[in-house]
Design a binder for this molecule. Structure first.
Ligand code: NAG
Ligand code: NAG
Ligand code: NAG
Ligand code: NAG
Ligand code: NAG
Ligand code: CU
Length: 330
C-alpha cells in the first residue's frame, strides 16, 4: 500500500508539474561545462555587475550589489533558521533569472560540485584565471589578482559595512574538507527536516565559505564573491537530493525556528555590527516573520528580495520542478 501511494503521489505530482513547467532548466556542475559555457556564465555575471540598480538599497551601484545587499540586510533572519535553505534557493533563482532575462545568458545556474575538490580547493579548476573565477588572494591584503573579477570593486562589506574594496580570498585546503562527500552523507542519514537542515548548514555549508575564505567566509557579505552563487547552488542540490530520497514526506517538509536566538537578538561577531539588528525589522522579532506569525518556520513564510524580484513564500520554492522554479540538477 505504501508503495502504491508513493507511485500515485509521484504520478499526480509529475503530471501537474509537466503541464505547468515544460522542459526544466538544466543546472550543471561547473566541472562539466565546456569552456564556452563557462565563458558565457562569466560574461553574464560581468553583465549583472553592470546593470543599473533597481531598488536603491544602501550603497549599491548595480544589481550584483543589490543581490549582495539583500543577503547583508537579511542575514540575521535567513541563517540558523528554518528559512535558511529556502531563502538561498530563492536567491540563487533570482540571480539565474536576472542573468537569463537581462544579460542574454542561455544556460542555467551552475553549481560547484565541492566534494570533487574537498581537501584541495587550491587546485580546483573553478579558480582558473581564464575559464574560471580567478585564483587565491595575494598575501598582503587577500585581494585576488587574476581572472575576470580581479578589478571589481565591491561596494558592500565586509560584514555590514558599506566600503569599497577588492574581492578577497584566502583559500584553505584544510577547511575545504568540510565539503567532503562524507559530511554530506552524514546529513542524508537524517530523516527529518529539523535534523537535516542544521546538518547541511553546519559543515557542508561551512566548507565552501571557509575553504575560499575572506569575503566568502563572511556570514553577512559573502555574496560579494561571485563564487558564492556556485557554492549555494551546490547546497541547494544537496537539499534537493535529500528531498528526492523520500519525496512524499520531504517535498513539503519545513519547520525549525524563525529566529536565531532565544531572545531574538542577532549578535554576530562581524564588522559593522553596532548592536542593533541592521535590517528593516521585517523578521527580527521573537514571534513573527511576514506570513509566518509563530516562532516555527512554516510554508507560508514570505521570502523577500527587498524588491529586486517579487516576494514568494517558502511553499513556492519547495519543489524545484514547480512552475515557479522549473529546474533540475544534472
Ligand atoms: C590567510 O590565512 C593564513 C592562515 O590562517 C594567515 O596566516 C594569513 O594571514 C591569511 N592571509 C590573509 C591575507 O588574510
Ligand atoms: C585589471 O587591472 C590590471 C591593471 O590595470 C590589468 O593589467 C588587468 O588586465 C585587469 N584585469 C581585468 C580582468 O580587467
Ligand atoms: C541575546 O542572546 C545572545 C546570544 O545568546 C546574547 O549574546 C545577547 O547578549 C542576548 N541579548 C539580550 C538583550 O539579552
Ligand atoms: C546601527 O547601524 C544602522 C545601519 O547603519 C543605523 O541605522 C543605526 O542607527 C545604528 N545604530 C547605532 C546604535 O549606532
Ligand atoms: C515558541 O514559543 C513558545 C511560546 O512562547 C515557546 O514555549 C517555545 O519554546 C518556542 N519555541 C521555540 C523553538 O523557540
Ligand atoms: Cu547566506
Amino acid at each position: 500500500m505504501v508503495s502504491l501511494r508513493f507511485i500515485l503521489t509521484v504520478a499526480v505530482f509529475a503530471s501537474s508539474v509537466k503541464a505547468l513547467c515544460g522542459p526544466k532548466g538544466q543546472r550543471k556542475a561547473w566541472h562539466t561545462l565546456s569552456d564556452n559555457e563557462k565563458d558565457e556564465y562569466i560574461q553574464a555575471e560581468l553583465c549583472v555587475m553592470g546593470l543599473a540598480p533597481r531598488v536603491g538599497l544602501p550603497g549599491c551601484r548595480n544589481v550584483f550589489d543589490e543581490l549582495q545587499s539583500n543577503h547583508q540586510l537579511q542575514a540575521a533572519y535567513t541563517h540558523f533558521v528554518g528559512a535558511f535553505l529556502p531563502y538561498h534557493r530563492y536567491l540563487m533563482h533570482a540571480h539565474e533569472q536576472i542573468m537569463r532575462t537581462e544579460c542574454g545568458y542561455t544556460g542555467f545556474q551552475p553549481y560547484w560540485d565541492e566534494p570533487l575538490d574537498a581537501g584541495h580547493f587550491s587546485s580546483s579548476i573553478i579558480f582558473d584565471p581564464v575559464h574560471g573565477f580567478g585564483g587565491d588572494g595575494r598575501e598582503s591584503d587577500g585581494c585576488i589578482t587574476d581572472g575576470p573579477f580581479a578589478n571589481y570593486t565591491n561596494a558592500l562589506g565586509p560584514g555590514y559595512l558599506i566600503t569599497d574594496h577588492c574581492i578577497d580570498r584566502n583559500i584553505s585546503d584544510s577547511a575545504s574538507e568540510f565539503s567532503d562527500q562524507s559530511q554530506v552523507d552524514k546529513c542524508y542519514e537524517y530523516d527529518t527536516w529539523e535534523e537535516a537542515w542544521p546538518c547541511i548548514e553546519a559543515l557542508p555549508h561551512n566548507g565552501g565559505h571557509s575553504g575560499v575564505g575572506l569575503e566568502m567566509a563572511n556570514p553577512i557579505s559573502s555574496p560579494g564573491d561571485p563564487i558564492f552563487y556556485l557554492h549555494h547552488t551546490w547546497l541547494d542540490k544537496v537539499w534537493w537530493d535529500w528531498q528526492a530520497k523520500d519525496l512524499p514526506s520531504r517535498l513539503k517538509a519545513m519547520g525549525g525556528t524563525n529566529v536565531q536566538t532565544s531572545n531574538g537578538t542577532f549578535a554576530p561577531n562581524v564588522p559593522g555590527y553596532n548592536g542593533t539588528t541592521p535590517h528593516d525589522g521585517k523578521c527580527g522579532s521573537l514571534d513573527s516573520c511576514p506570513g509566518d506569525p509563530g516562532n516555527i518556520t512554516t510554508l507560508s513564510h514570505v521570502l523577500s528580495s527587498l524588491g529586486v524580484v517579487p516576494d514568494v513564500t517558502i511553499l513556492d520554492v519547495m519543489d524545484i520542478g514547480s512552475d515557479y522554479l522549473c529546474y533540475e540538477y544534472v
